[in-house]
Design a binder for this molecule. Sequence first.
Ligand code: AMP
Ligand code: TRP
Length: 333
Amino acid sequence: MQRVFSGIQPSGIPTLGNYLGAIRNWIKVQDDHDCIWCIVDLHAITVWQPPAALQQQSLEMAAVLLACGVDPARHILFLQSAVRAHAQLAWIFNCVARIGWLNRMTQFKDKAGKDRENASAGLYVYPNLMAADIHAYHATRVPVGDDQRQHLELANDIAQKFNHDYDVEFFPNIEPLILGPAARVMSLRDGTKKMSKSDPSDQSRINLNDDKDTIALKIRRAKTDPLPLPSEPDGLADRPEARNLVGIYAALTDTDHATVLREHAGAGFGTFKSALADLLVEKLSPIATETTRLLDDRAELIRTLKSGAERAAAVAEPIVAEAERIVGFLSMR
Ligand code: AMP
Ligand code: TRP
């Protein structure tokens, strides 16, 4: 069975973008892969996180992932900081990756913004740590949203350079799994911007713990245009907000843009938005209810994460030890 790895930052409540772009696909691949799901707190601190909030968000993320259907018995769910191998391999990758490669990363440019001199050094080498996450397990498939494509290409470049420099066939090539009609969910206020946990406007996103009324209100207020829905996907080409809502609808119903348009061609947004809001409430409210229930038993969540970390370490430690031997670190064993 191919090994799958993916991660999510505990930097806030996950959004509909995280759910449709990533988490839902995690659940789908669990049936026929051996999966490792990681809450990446080392990545989260590349931008400032108040310590108490980081702890709470890490637990909440674990609860949300379990509520969405992550199966911690058949697969592994754990916190990145609990397995030292990630940071150890990341250091080696800091010395393999080239500065020129990192300079091309668009996510760094977006996140650092105008004041690049003041961004953390961690934010700059973030993709090297992400490569280490995956390669520490010899994982070959990585389900993510479309925004992570460039980071996965870099992870392959790092593996190739390592293999080439040390003349080994040690790290395998990885295949991104970027699936479905909502691999890039856009902001509800601006169809050209990604929906994000860190957007200052809460109206720009659906959070997985939003209640029924909040979901309905956010969808009703979502930016759209005055035209009715077209009958073909081509008709969405210059209508990013319309395209986004249709994509969300398609993902939630496990269909595609064309199918949704066939059903709703000619509808105004009043009607379509109300159908979309109902669908969102139907799919998301059981997740919110289950998350709340799981958060009631903090000790049980900690037990799950601890068992996950032990099993993750058992896979990663020998792989990273071998990478260290390849590099030429003298073993004391
Ligand atoms: P992050 O919240 O940045 O840790 O992202 C976790 C996962 O969610 C990654 O696989 C991202 O690609 C995915 N993701 C984040 N935002 C979106 C979005 N707006 N649309 C689709 N996927 C997303
Ligand atoms: N960088 C990813 C994001 O923000 C999260 C992440 C960290 C990840 N390590 C990973 C995703 C390894 C896939 C595999 O979306």
